[in-house]
Design a protein around this ligand. Structure first.
Ligand code: ADP
Length: 293
């Protein structure tokens, strides 16, 4: 079964574009990345999925339920981490966490205590005394304490220090290994590359690519580095040329044989051909508006 499925999901805020014609299918048990820069439409898509806003057109289903359907059930089965954690002022952390469990009609006290210990959450503080990172940790406990089948995480690591990020991903990996589905929205490519098996790239409200993370990384080109050479061979398919005292480096998207024949005429001291990292691929999709979706 698909944990998340959208068909032609479109949301306009008045005349301004949120997301356009999004077709997405995330299978149950996947660790799925949703990549895009600020303003691409990630939060809009997620809010539509969870029934928090109504799409202008198109459909979305979460765990087999239409996003406009039974929101109580959705709340029980989904752990949602919004990009900005907001709480009612005046409440203490432990009250916020209990309130969130009560909303789902569940007693999550043991799980909440374990999560608070791992994430070093101070439960006696008032929410308005918390820093951004500490607010985020409380939101993580609220999203995970009821052990949902599906985690929908909108930019979860912003504000978390590196140690907490590591602990958070360790928790997610454990839940994923136990069968949960994770939908991770992020503009931090390294975390998508490290944890997700598949990912979708969204740009200006539209899906521009959706594939296995390795396939996305290979789709663009190879990073070729030549030592002892000052100039780049004149070939099509070469871009992002970087020069250094040792030589040159560039992305090459053409036939490898063509490159090798061209290099044979040069005095190359050493060379490496490597897969580009996701960052380079990402820039490729963004600058050229890939059409691989
Ligand atoms: P992302 O999560 O990828 O940063 P968003 O979904 O927040 O992107 O935003 C997508 C687009 O929709 C942006 O151009 C943003 O300005 C616009 N937008 C988002 N929320 C609203 C809103 N409540 N009213 C009007 N425009 C909005």
């Amino acid at each position: 079964m698909n944990a998340i499925e959208t068909r032609g999901l479109t949301k306009y805020y008045g005349n301004s574009r949120g997301v356009i014609g999004l077709d997405l299918a995330v299978q149950e048990g996947e660790f799925f990345g949703f990549i895009g820069p600020n303003g691409a439409g990630k939060s809009t898509s997620i809010r539509c999925l969870l029934g928090l806003i109504r799409p202008t057109s198109g459909e979305a289903q979460v765990l087999g339920n239409a996003c406009t359907g039974d929101r109580r059930r959705l709340l029980r089965e989904v752990g949602y981490l919004p990009s900005e954690a907001m709480f009612y002022p005046g409440m203490r952390v432990r009250e916020v966490i209990r309130y969130s469990a009560d909303l789902r009609g569940q007693d999550c006290a043991d799980e909440a205590a374990a999560l608070c210990e791992r994430l070093q959450v101070q439960t006696d503080k008032r929410v308005e005394e918390l820093s951004l990172g500490n607010r985020k940790k409380v939101a993580i406990v609220c999203a995970m304490q009821h052990r949902p089948r599906l985690y929908v995480l909108d930019e979860p690591t912003s504000g978390l220090d590196p140690l907490m990020q590591r602990e958070f991903f360790a928790l997610l990996d454990e839940r994923h290994a136990q069968g949960a589905t994770v939908f991770l929205s992020s503009h931090v490519l390294s975390e998508i590359q490290r944890h997700c098996t598949r990912a979708a790239i969204i740009r200006e409200g539209r899906l521009i690519a959706c594939d296995r993370v390795e396939a996305l990384a290979q789709a663009g080109a190879r990073r070729v580095t030549l030592h002892g050479v000052a100039d780049v061979p004149e070939l099509s398919g070469i871009r992002d040329v970087q020069r250094s005292p040792e030589g040159v480096s560039f992305l090459y998207g053409g036939e490898m044989n063509v490159l090798i024949r061209a290099l044979a005429r040069l005095d190359v001291r050493d060379m490496t051909v490597a897969e580009p990292d996701l960052e380079e691929v990402f820039m490729h999709y963004y600058e050229e508006g890939g059409d691989r979706a």
